[in-house]
Design a protein around this ligand. Sequence first.
Ligand code: HSE
Length: 406
Amino acid sequence: MVKIAVLGYGTVGSGVVEVIRTNQKVIGERVGEELSVKYVLDLRDFPGDPVQDVITHDFEDIVNDEEVKIVVEVMGGIEPAYTFVKRCLLAGKSVATSNKALVAAHGSELIRIAKEQEVNFLFEASVGGGIPILRPLHSSLTGDVIEEIIGILNGTTNYMMTKMFYEGADYDEVLKEAQANGYAERNPEADVEGHDACRKIAILSSVISGKQVDFEDIYCEGITKITVQDMQYAKAMGKTIKLLATCKRDGDSISAMVSPCLLSADHPLFSVNGVFNAIFVRGNMLGDAMFYGSGAGKLPTASAVVGDIVEAAKNLNRNLGNGWIGEKLELEKKDNVEHQFFVRMKGDREALQESLAQSFGDLAYVEVPGIEGEFGFVTEVMSEGLFEQKAAAYEKDMIAMIRVEG
Ligand code: HSE
C-alpha cells in the first residue's frame, strides 16, 4: 500500500480524495498496489466527512512519518506551500502540486531537490487544469523540437472574450457575469491582467527550453482595454479576440508573451470558447497538435494531480528527470518580436493613407458600419520596437492596438 498525504482540503484537495475513492480499483491496478490517504492537513475539521478520521492540523505529523511516500500540495499561494513542499522533498517524499504560483516562482529549486533526493516533483495540474500537457511535452514529444506554443490558458478571460464576441456584451457586464457564475474572483486582477496565464506560459516555456524562464521577464498585457467596438472590428475581419499566451522559438532564441490577440477563423484556437482552455503546439517534426479541455474545476484539476500521484507511486525512489535545469533563459527582447498589428485610428482615412503607408507598410484597411469618425488597419509584419517607434507619431489619434496572431 502506498501512503499519501494531502495538504489542503479545499476544492482541489477534496477533489483529489474523491478521485482516489471513486477510481480506487483501477488506480490500484495501474500502480500495482493500493493508494491510501493517511493524512489530510487542514486548519479546519470536517465532522461527518470521511476524511475527518485522517485530518491533522500539524504538518510535522506528515513530514516526520516515514510511511508517507507521496505528498499532494493543493493549498495554493507561495507560503506555507513552498516551505512544506521543500521539507517534504528533503525528507525523501515525492510531491504532486496544482500550484502554478509555487512552480513558477520556485520550480527550478524544487526540481533540483527532487533530483538530488531521487524522488519526484510533479506539477501537471499547474498548467491547463485537467488537460495533459506537461507530460506529453516532456515524455511523448521527445523526438521534436517544439517551435511554438500558443495557449488559451485562462478560463475566466476566455469566457469573457467569448461572451463579448458572440453576445456583443461589454467588458464590465461580462466581468460581473463571470463573477456571478463563480469563474472570476471578487478581485479578478490575476485573471484579467493576464498574471495567471503568464505564470502558466512561464512554466511551459521552461519545459520546452529546459531552462528557468522567469515570469517577471515575460511581457504581460491583460484584456481590460478590450471593447465591444474592438470585437466588431474583429468580426468585420473574420477574426475573434482571445487572450493568448505564446512561446516561440526562432533559431536559438525564444520569446514569450501574454496579450489579447486577433485570431483568424481558420486557426484551431478560434473555436475554443467559454471556460475551456487549449494549448496549440507546433513541433518541427510533428507539425501541429492541440490539447483541449477543462482548464480548471475540482475534478478535472484533481484528475491531473492523481495522474501525477500514480506516476510518482510507480517511480518511488527513481527521479524521472522531468522539469528543467536552474540556469536562467534570457528571453528574446520584446522589441525584437515580430507580428502584424491591428490599429484603430481617429480621423479621415483618405487624408492619412499616404503617411500611414510610409510608416507601417502595405496596409489592409477595415471599416465597421455604424462606427463613425475612425477606421482600422492591419500593418505588415514588423517588430514591436519598430511599431512603437512609428506609432509614437500618431499617439493622440490611436484608439487601440491589438496584436495579430498567425
Ligand atoms: N482562474 C483560473 C482560470 C483558474 O480562470 O483559468 C485556473 O488556474
